[in-house]
Design a protein around this ligand. Structure first.
Ligand SMILES: [Zn+2]
Length: 201
């Protein structure tokens, strides 16, 4: 399966001014056609690559590629090529990618906002993901909340990658033994990034 490739689209045709055909010498009979190539991934255009084209004489139908053009035609052709604008959709992939980044930014902002809310109003069942040491991560689950204290059960397991912490967050991994923290201690742990994520069902 081809996932990456390139395609070209016709973007402009224009008459060359003040030029005669090198073949039949007809005045202003030369038409320049310009194409723009773009890279595509899974058939989505990602970004433009290069412009190229040819001239054709209206009268004798001779077609000239860039390397076949006499210099006076090449100069005119280059000017037309430079002024030929390609369509914005050839950037579709990049635009899509930029939108995804913006969306991810919003998502992570709203994630942080709900974390702040979870921190300020803890509920039984909330899970704190925390760092024990370098490459050692685990979780604790809120079992009871009082006015100023939070009772948690610690996860019996730890894992070496924060991104895989969901693998150990299973109810059977939490022991019956309770530990108590003041709300302030929990907030301090969150602010110093020892607690780095809060999950609520
Ligand atoms: Zn001609």
């Amino acid at each position: 399966m081809i996932i990456f490739g390139s395609r070209s689209v016709h973007i402009n045709t224009e008459q060359l001014k003040n030029t005669n055909c090198p073949n039949c010498d007809t005045k202003e009979s030369m038409l320049a056609s310009v194409y723009r190539r773009h890279a595509h991934v899974f058939w989505i255009p990602v970004f433009p690559l290069s412009k190229f084209g040819a001239t054709t004489c209206n009268h004798c139908k001779q077609t000239l590629r860039t390397n076949e053009m006499p210099s006076y035609i090449k100069t005119e052709f280059k000017r037309v090529k430079k002024n030929s604008k390609g369509p914005a959709w050839q950037f579709s992939g990049l635009i899509l990618f930029a939108l995804l980044i913006v969306f991810a930014g919003f998502a992570s902002k709203s994630d942080r906002a709900s974390e702040k809310m979870y921190l300020e109003t803890p509920l039984v069942g909330d899970v704190y993901e925390y760092k024990l040491a370098y490459s050692q991560y685990s979780t604790m689950k809120i079992m009871q909340v009082t006015t100023d204290s939070i009772f948690v059960s610690l996860n019996d397991y730890e894992i070496n990658k924060a991104s895989r912490i969901y693998r150990i967050d299973k109810s059977e991994n939490y022991s019956n033994k309770l530990y108590v923290y003041s709300k302030k201690e929990i907030t301090d742990m969150y602010n110093s990034k020892i607690i780095f994520d809060i999950n609520r069902e």
